[in-house]
Structures are given as structure tokens and as C-alpha cells.
Ligand binder design. Structure first.
Ligand code: ADP
Length: 270
């Protein structure tokens, strides 16, 4: 974009010379625009579940004399409420990641632990979808950052891999070290993503195929959280995918040395 310059100060130095102090506000305006879009998208996305919740509450009131009906509406109300809770927590996470605040807790993080906790967190989802999650690759690597934020990022990739895979298939979570970069790759043999949509899936609230995305009950925020979380750690996310064949999302983060106590394990003599 063209830089936009705003005059901050003009000082007359001599009759023929004036000093102008200009500031480039392009970046500031871009961030402001992003913030406005975020608020607009967010309110739009919240309207649907909030509307559903209040309609269902009314329906329950009106069906008071009909207990079986009340139960049906109550179950739907509870489902909509959980969806709303998930959506709000994701919106908060994303807005925290987008803000300029520091990462809350930065330390040497074990990649093994990040992978283990994110796989564990999705064991029930994998089970009920009939999908097996298989771990592989390097062990004992470390990255610098916030373990919880990183686990959530890897977890979102695992959740998607399971959600967009057929029953009976498997999802791989592999770790590699390539030229000082730790690569955590989540691979599925699911429906894949069309070439033209591969950049767009990282946008907030974007869902490749609305009908299909609605069926899996997603929020369209998962990948945007992944992208921001990884960027906050000085890394990047890569995507390889082919429709009908599957997808691989790779989180790439700079390796850090293992904390001293782990780097040189003491030999214990018996
Ligand atoms: P959602 O909550 O809808 O899954 P995401 O931001 O996590 O939101 O993903 C955005 C969209 O990208 C999804 O709606 C889906 O269309 C597509 N997508 C994400 N991961 C995969 C995957 N592993 N396989 C196929 N499509 C995917």
C-alpha cells in the first residue's frame, strides 16, 4: 500500500527553510482497520447463536405444559449455549493473540509435552469419530514460548484433521528438525482443501464449504488462532492439501536448546 504521511510538526528554521516532521500512519491504519473488521465480524457471528438461545428459551416457556417438547427444546438450548461458549472463548483467545500484549508465560517448552497434551485433549473426539491419531518422529526437542498457546494451536489442527477425515482413517502428528526449525506436522487423509481456498482458510470466520462446516459445528476461528499463535512465536504455518487426498498443516518454530537439567541427564548408578 502507498504510505500515508501525516504532518506532526512544521518548524520554520530560516526564511527559506522549514523543517517538516512527518509520520507514516499506514501501519497504524491497517491495524485499526483489522480491529474494526474483527469487531464487525464478531458481532455478526455472535448474533446467530445468541438469537437461537433466546428463541429456544421462549419456546421452552411456551411449551411449559408439554414436558417432552420442553426436553427437546432444552437439549437444543444447551447445545446452542455450548457453541456460544466455545465461540466466545475462541474470540477472546484470538483477540488476545492479535493484541500487542506479551505472551503471558515464556519459557523453554518441550515439544513432546505440547504434542502429548494436544493429542490427549482430542482423544474423545477421535474416539467418537472412529479416527486413530498416531504420533511419530523426533523426541526431546524444545521451543521457546507459551506451552498452553502452542498446545492449543496444535490441538486445533488435530481437531480439524479429525473433523474432516472419514471414519476408520488415521491422523498423523509428526515432529522433525530441519535446519534449526522444529516442524510439527498434522496430516490427515480427509476431504482436503481446494487450491484456491488454501490461503483463505486462515482468515477469521472463513469456512471452505458452509454446508459442510456447519455440519461439523466449527467456528471458522481455529486456523486463524493457529496462525496468530505461531506468528507470535516467530514461526509460520504451511499447508499442503489436495481435495479428496488429504491435508498436512505444518507448524514451524525455531528450535531452542533443552533446559540445562534435561540437556545433560545425570547417570544414576545402582
Ligand atoms: P472451523 O471451525 O470451521 O473448522 P477453522 O478456522 O479451523 O474453522 O478452519 C477453516 C476451514 O478450513 C474449515 O471450515 C474447513 O472448511 C477448512 N479446513 C480446516 N482444516 C481442514 C482439514 N484438515 N481438512 C479439510 N478442510 C479443512
Amino acid at each position: 500500500a502507498e504510505p500515508r504521511l501525516v504532518m506532526v510538526r512544521a518548524t520554520r528554521i530560516s526564511p527559506r527553510l522549514t523543517l517538516l516532521v512527518l509520520r507514516d500512519v499506514t501501519e497504524h491504519e491497517r491495524v485499526e482497520q483489522m480491529r474494526r473488521d474483527f469487531v464487525a465480524n464478531t458481532s455478526h457471528e455472535l448474533k446467530t447463536p445468541v438469537g437461537a438461545v433466546s428463541l429456544l428459551a421462549e419456546a421452552i416457556e411456551m411449551a411449559a405444559d408439554d414436558p417432552p417438547q420442553v426436553r427437546v427444546f432444552a437439549a437444543r438450548l444447551s447445545a446452542e449455549a455450548s457453541r456460544l461458549a466455545l465461540l466466545t472463548s475462541r474470540i477472546m483467545n484470538l483477540s488476545r493473540l492479535q493484541s500487542s500484549d506479551e505472551l503471558t508465560e515464556e519459557r523453554d517448552v518441550s515439544v513432546d509435552e505440547v504434542v502429548a497434551s494436544s493429542v490427549d485433549a482430542h482423544a474423545i473426539q477421535a474416539d467418537s469419530a472412529g479416527v486413530t491419531v498416531v504420533r511419530g518422529g523426533r523426541r526431546g526437542l524444545y521451543v521457546r514460548g507459551d506451552a498452553q498457546v502452542l498446545s492449543e494451536a496444535v490441538g486445533n489442527l488435530i481437531a480439524n484433521a479429525i473433523a474432516y477425515s472419514p471414519q476408520g482413517s488415521s491422523v498423523g502428528v509428526g515432529v522433525k528438525l530441519v535446519d534449526g526449525i522444529v516442524e510439527i506436522a498434522v496430516t490427515d487423509r480427509g476431504i482436503g482443501i481446494a487450491e484456491g481456498e488454501q490461503d483463505r482458510v486462515f482468515e477469521r470466520f472463513y469456512r471452505a464449504d458452509p454446508a459442510r462446516a456447519r455440519r461439523t459445528g466449527g467456528s471458522g476461528l481455529g486456523l486463524s488462532i493457529v496462525k496468530h499463535a505461531v506468528q507470535r512465536h516467530g514461526g509460520e504455518v504451511r499447508l499442503w492439501s489436495r481435495p479428496g487426498r488429504g491435508s498436512t498443516f505444518t507448524i514451524r518454530l525455531p528450535e531452542t536448546l533443552a533446559p540445562v537439567e534435561q540437556a545433560a541427564p545425570k547417570r544414576t548408578r545402582k
